[in-house]
Design a protein around this ligand. Structure first.
Ligand code: ARG
Length: 472
């Protein structure tokens, strides 16, 4: 064989500038474990189908295992001349296994090979993301379980609205991350389809057994249409979209952590190990982890946009443009992984400043709705009750007081329906307890939701998950 695996019809050498331009080895080398696995399954199938001999199969598989060791140990040499990971491995196979290596690519093309590798790689990534999403949910649900007595203002428009349990607020994120988990599992179904055997685009003349390859590689389905098999990347876009939505959730949580750790809110304290100082302002302790997650969200959105734009208008079937799918995909998967990991590790070490939360919940007329409800329950039509409570708020503001700081006489000047039980009705405890509609912030609701979530997560996490229990 001369220099390249495809240069038979060429009379001139590829220019070095072109080799450098078209090389993808610097990023697609991470696909090597999947490329080797795929090739092993492919050559076993070729041998079973009688396309290559038993001896050829032995030589190829022995060679591939040797190459696998070289790749694992880092002694494998990469060079742009060989473009991508597929050609590197095949070309090295010729060096280590000799002639039988020339038969490995029978009934296969790099087009279906790369589609296979990405699907195998992405299946692993999706399962990793799903596992991390479960660990994150578990971390948050445990915090909710451990801080059931913390009450903070719930906000709308970032204005104090009504008091809620801190645990209720946390459990909102468990809901979001549980949908992210579901989305990942859903993407998995459409990624779990085996494309090898499509060859370049039209299928192959060899008597291959695609179902056997799918079986060996742990795919539950074989792709239906050879042209679709080599040109479809929608599963990558689905993953990126699930990742982007998940990053949106992470960035909303980040924003709250950033706000809550500011002197203005002071609801939480951040662990030193996850914060940094300022090189000029000695007093500073910055919420960098949360800021970086918030910032990295943009990268993942960018990757989704890149893939959508890349694939838009491409004619069937394979086009070299599609080599550009990998960097955004890898970057997004790495970013998502890093962001989930940092929160799994950081959240349990956050200091929860219950007293500050409670003090904030007691200021800003968060009991005005409850005052209106109180009047309505005593017989005043709700619209009138709303108006009466509004006037009482205005009065309290003018006196620089909270509603519950007015005395009974002052209150009764607004309505004779008000009696001494008003103070109980306007207390944080009562306000929270009375919001017992399903999904509301009443403690029984929240602790039942926490129990349900922990049981669900426990059922989904594998018992021997290495990160099980210690949050990593
Ligand atoms: N490196 C290529 C990619 O990532 C592999 C497929 C190349 N196929 C081809 N016909 N040039 O898409």
């Amino acid at each position: 064989m001369s220099g390249k695996l495809w240069d038979g019809r060429f009379s001139e050498k590829t220019g070095e500038i072109m080799e450098d331009f078209s090389a993808s080895i610097h990023f697609d080398q991470r696909l090597w474990p999947h490329d080797i696995k795929g090739s092993l399954a492919h050559c076993r199938m070729l041998a079973d189908a009688g396309v290559i001999s038993k001896e050829e199969f032995e030589a190829i598989s022995k060679g591939l295992k040797k190459i696998e060791k070289e790749l694992r140990s880092g002694s494998f040499k990469f060079e742009n001349r060989l473009e991508d990971i597929h050609m590197h491995i095949e070309s090295r196979l010729f060096e280590v296994a000799g002639k039988p290596a020339l038969k490995l690519h029978t009934a296969r093309s790099r087009n279906d090979q790369v589609a296979l590798d990405i699907r195998m790689w992405l299946k692993d990534e999706i399962m990793g993301a799903a596992r991390r999403l479960l660990r994150l949910q578990k971390t948050i649900a445990r915090m909710a379980r451990d801080h059931m007595d913390a009450i903070l203002p719930g906000y709308t428009h970032l204005q104090r609205a009504q008091p809620v349990l801190f645990s209720h607020h946390l459990m909102a994120y468990v809901e979001m991350f549980s949908r992210d988990f579901d989305r990942m599992m859903d993407v998995y179904k459409r990624t779990d389809v085996m494309p090898l055997g499509a060859a370049a685009l039209a299928g192959t003349t060899y008597p291959i057994d695609r179902a056997a390859v799918a079986d060996m590689l742990g795919f539950s389905k074989v792709s239906e249409n050879s042209m679709d098999s080599v040109s479809d990347r929608d599963f990558t876009m689905e993953f990126l979209s699930a990742a982007a939505i998940c990053m949106t959730h992470l960035s909303r949580m980040s924003e709250e952590i950033i706000l809550w750790s500011s002197a203005e809110f002071d609801f939480i304290g951040l662990p030193d190990a996850f914060s940094t100082g300022s090189s000029i302002m000695p007093q500073k302790k910055n919420p960098d982890a949360a800021e970086l997650v918030r910032g990295k969200t943009g990268r993942v959105f960018g990757s989704l946009t890149a893939l959508l734009t890349l694939m838009k208008s491409l004619p069937l079937a394979y086009n070299r443009d599609m080599q550009e799918d990998k960097e955004p995909l890898f970057d997004a998967a790495d970013t998502l992984k890093a962001c989930l990991n940092i929160y799994i590790r950081m959240l349990p070490h956050m200091e929860i400043k219950k007293d500050h939360m409670r003090a904030a919940a007691q200021k800003g007329f968060l009991n005005a709705t409850d005052l209106a409800d109180y009047l309505a329950q005593k017989g005043m039509p709700f619209r009138k009750a709303h108006d009466c409570a509004g006037r009482m708020v205005a009065k309290a503001i003018s006196q620089k007081k909270e509603l519950h700081e007015m005395n009974l006489e002052e209150m009764r000047a607004f309505s004779p329906l008000i009696s001494p039980d008003i103070f109980e009705a306007l207390s944080l405890k009562t306000m929270i307890k009375r919001r017992s509609s399903y999904g509301g912030t009443a403690p029984e609701n929240v602790s039942a939701a926490v129990d349900r979530a922990l049981a669900r997560i426990e059922g989904l996490l594998e018992p021997h998950d290495p990160g099980h229990g210690n949050g990593v």
